[in-house]
Write a protein that binds this ligand. Structure first.
Ligand SMILES: [Zn+2]
Length: 472
């Protein structure tokens, strides 16, 4: 063996037990009591990691991140290197980002271009979802290309029901879902009713209601729930499964639970911000920072989302990590040219929050320790379900033969969240600033290589690989 992790408590979706983990090369080769490296290999630098008092988890998987993503005048501030280093330090060993083709740009060309941005720069393994925007949904040739996209190891497709230029109408949504199902893929859908939000936003601005709180008031829970219901019904009509991203409110979660009760193949995801922050943050002194879509909701919604995660009617905790700096949130453009008046109104604020680094720990502190989640369920929603749903056959579990993506998690390590100090995301604020979390990754392994040692990053940009995924 090359590495033996000793004396830890293994936490998996299926159970908790004490065991040592043996690793050869990139794979887990043994699980058992008191594993000993072979004598000959010991001379050649077998590494032993003592996990006494720690949990040993499968590497966490974040299937919803936006690194160096263009958004209007801005580009999200973490690039493929800084974002994946921060992910690694937080115990995430695989991320799935997005391809966003421009009008007229073939899907496969956009995929090749996005891969050149990430390959050689990522510190952990990564995959991609393919966005099918409005222009592509209207071009049959692009829909014919979906099976080639699936064969290129991109079997999941992001569809939007909001945002002009991205948004699909009912006919397009139906046609695209049918094409995705035919290609053996999975549609993952942003469910908000874009046209209704546009009416409410224009009304608010016309009435002089321009402050950040109106971002939430013009995207009410009911329009999200309506879009979730519509996506569920059109997926059923198209014979497709469905994954709903960033469920933010009780009403949307209820629509998903009702469909699942009927046996429909619907998956649901929520994010740390919807479990920990509220609409009041948009009314605070830095309201502009908390603009994201769907918007932050109420404390009552939070409780329902935790309960729904625990009851297994939501499957995944992902971040939707999409950081913008305080200057960008305030209306000072990326090129540094200040706009003296800041953003004219809430509709100009770039939307998105950072949280790629703290997800696992936030879920441990506010989910497990607060009594909402069992340890097994914590691992299931952060590691195992994302692997299962997105076709990562060799990740998300701990068993011989699987890739040695592992986290040695110290459940007693306390850390105060501070952007630029305890966090490594490339952004000068955190929505969780000052929060004391209990439990943080001590060591992290990616395919058998130690990339975080005692809380320090010791990996390298370029170690991460584009992952092979099989859907269905
Ligand atoms: Zn997103």
């Amino acid at each position: 063996m090359d590495i033996v992790i000793r004396n830890g408590t293994i936490i998996t979706a299926g159970g908790i037990f004490p065991a040592d983990v043996g690793i050869v090369g990139e794979r887990i080769t043994a699980l058992g009591e008191e594993l000993r490296p072979e004598l000959g290999r010991r001379l050649h630098g077998v590494v032993e990691l003592d996990a006494t008092g720690c949990y040993v988890l499968p590497g966490a998987i974040d299937p919803h991140v936006h690194l160096q993503m263009p958004a209007g005048h801005y580009v999200s501030s973490d690039d493929f290197t800084s974002g994946t280093v921060a992910a690694a330090l937080g115990g995430t060993t695989t991320v799935i980002d997005f391809v966003e083709p421009k009008p007229g740009e073939p899907l496969l060309d956009a995929l090749a271009k996005r891969r050149t941005e990430a390959d050689g720069r990522v510190a952990v393994d990564y995959g991609l979802h393919m966005t099918v925007p409005t222009w592509h949904a209207a071009h049959p040739k692009e829909l014919d290309a979906l099976s080639e996209v699936v064969e290129a190891s991109v079997p999941s497709f992001k569809l939007y029901l909001a945002y002009e230029g991205l948004r699909l109408d009912d006919a397009q949504l139906y046609r695209v879902m049918k094409a995705i199902a035919g290609a053996g893929g999975l549609p993952i859908v942003h469910c908000e009713n874009g046209p209704i939000c546009e009416i409410l936003r224009a009304q608010a601005v016309a009435q002089g209601n321009t402050t950040p709180i109106y971002h939430a008031l013009t995207r009410p829970p009911r329009q999200e729930a309506e879009a979730v219901s519509r996506a569920i019904d059109l997926a059923a009509l198209a014979g497709s499964s469905l994954y709903v991203v960033h469920v933010s409110c009780a009403e949307a979660a209820a629509r998903i639970a009702a469909a699942r009760l009927q046996g429909e193949p619907i998956y649901g995801e929520t994010c740390p911000q919807y479990l920990t922050l509220t609409v009041d943050d948009l009314d605070g002194p830095h309201g502009e920072r908390f603009v994201c879509s769907p918007p932050l909701r109420s404390q009552a919604d939070q409780a329902v989302l935790w309960d729904t995660l625990a009851r297994r009617d939501l499957d995944v905790l992902a971040t939707d990590h999409c950081p913008f700096t305080t200057d960008e949130k305030n209306g000072i453009a990326t090129n540094g040219r200040p706009r003296p008046d800041g953003h004219a109104d809430f509709t100009a604020i770039p939307g998105g929050l950072p949280s790629i680094e703290a997800r696992l720990s936030l879920a441990h502190t506010l989910g497990v320790r607060a009594g909402w989640l069992t340890l097994e369920r914590w691992v299931e929603i952060c590691c195992t379900n994302p692997a299962r749903i997105f076709g990562l056959r060799r990740k998300g579990q701990i068993a011989p033969g699987l890739e040695a993506d592992l986290v040695i998690f110290d459940p007693d390590r306390r850390l105060t969240i501070q952007a630029g100090r305890t966090l490594h995301e490339r952004v000068d604020w955190s929505p969780y600033e000052g929060l004391v979390v209990q439990g943080w990754p001590r060591d992290v392994l990616s395919r058998g290589r130690v990339i975080v040692r005692d809380g320090e990053f010791v990996g390298e940009a370029g170690w991460g690989r584009f992952v092979l995924r099989e859907q269905g």
